[in-house]
Ligand binder design. Structure first.
Ligand code: BT5
Length: 327
């Protein structure tokens, strides 16, 4: 059984008590440590930014937690059926997708979520880099084991995109749009990027990793100047900070709901929810397919998730990989 760190145990006790009070006795009994040791743990939590009040004869009360992403605060009353069954949080990692892949290879269960405060080698598509400064954004990877054939799995990127849009709407009231294949835009600028990776054999998916990067509190000076597409963050648009914890929990709940729909009804409702969020349908787009260029009217998604573009000659092109821009 996984041994829980004292700090995690104390925080989960705070989350479990209805009135928010936890007595020193309760903590010392739970952890099998002295009252002095309990006091030291409380002091360390305060130093990490937790506001904890001590009330004589009642105990400790957690008034406010810093916006740090930790498994207990993410999982408390999350209400998901599958997503977040296990949550691993890192202060720093190479890439949450790489971490999730390592854990997937070791047999990690369906629904695992890997989160990092900062990524040292955040990955975009085709070897590109994802800017991942610490303390401001969400970098998450969700490991799923869908019972589908490998050609079906890439469509789960659309599920991530719809979930991110719903989480943004839920937390801010703002309505984002999606851009094929893996972008979420707010006011036309990229606010989130998605990287879906999988481990499979010819006729079996071992697991899929849904990599999701959302710019929450990133400041304009933290973006490099040479981005391929204009970028933004929720805080830049709203002018106020966004709770990473609240956003993360909302996103995981949305993914859980959409994944149940996907398992029960297949990808059609997911693709159609994605199309509803795409404001380029019917508009002229330019697609760069690693070298070859296509220009035409965007018609929507094929059943297989390919982008359908009607060119000036009336020919319908199905695009499976590339970068789309409005013309
Ligand atoms: C993506 O690639 O948009 C996929 C990004 C996925 C990131 C998540 S974070 C959690 C998980 N773990 C990982 O290691 N990755 C996933 P692509 O469409 O190739 O876009 C990459 C391009 O977006 C870069 O070449 C930059 O031009 C631009 N870019 C980089 N960082 C950005 C950021 N934070 N916000 C907006 N644009 C960015």
């Amino acid at each position: 059984m996984k041994k829980t760190a004292p700090r995690e145990t104390i925080l989960s006790l705070f989350h479990q008590t209805p009135d928010g009070f936890v007595s020193g006795e309760m903590i010392s009994a739970e952890l099998g440590i002295s009252r002095t040791a309990v006091w030291k743990h409380i002091r360390n939590l305060r130093q990490s930014g937790y506001q904890i009040k001590a009330v004589p004869s009642r105990g400790y009360q957690l008034l406010q937690a810093p916006d740090i992403l930790m498994p207990e605060s993410i999982q408390a009353d999350l209400g998901c059926r599958l997503v977040g069954s296990r949550v691993c949080c890192f202060d720093e990692t190479d890439s949450t997708n790489l971490q999730a892949t390592r854990l997937g290879d070791q047999g990690a269960a369906d629904g695992l979520v890997v989160i990092a405060d900062r990524q040292l080698s955040g990955k975009g598509r085709m070897g590109r880099q994802w800017e991942s400064p610490g303390g401001v954004n969400l970098y998450a990877s969700i490991l799923l084991r869908p019972p589908v054939l490998p050609f079906e799995a890439p469509k789960l990127t659309f599920l991530s995109a719809v979930a991110v849009c719903r989480a943004i709407k839920g937390c801010t009231g703002l309505q984002p749009t999606v851009k094929w294949p893996n972008d979420v835009l707010l006011n036309g600028a990229k606010i989130a990027g998605l990287l879906n990776e999988m481990s499979s054999e010819t006729d079996q998916v071992h697991y899929v990793v849904l990599g999701i990067g959302v710019n929450l509190n990133m400041r304009s000076e933290q973006f490099p100047e040479d981005l391929r597409y204009p970028a933004t963050s929720l805080a830049m648009v709203t002018g106020r900070p966004v709770s990473r914890l609240e956003f993360t929990r909302t996103l995981l709940q949305q993914i859980d709901v959409l994944y149940q729909i996907y398992l029960e009804q297949g990808s059609t409702p997911i693709l159609s929810a994605w199309e509803d969020l795409c404001d380029l349908n019917g508009k002229t787009v330019h697609v760069d397919c690693s070298g070859s260029q296509i220009e035409g009217t965007m018609i929507g998604l094929g059943e297989d998730g390919a982008l359908q573009v009607r060119t000036a000659t009336g020919k319908m092109e199905s695009v499976y990989a590339g970068d789309v821009r409005p013309v």
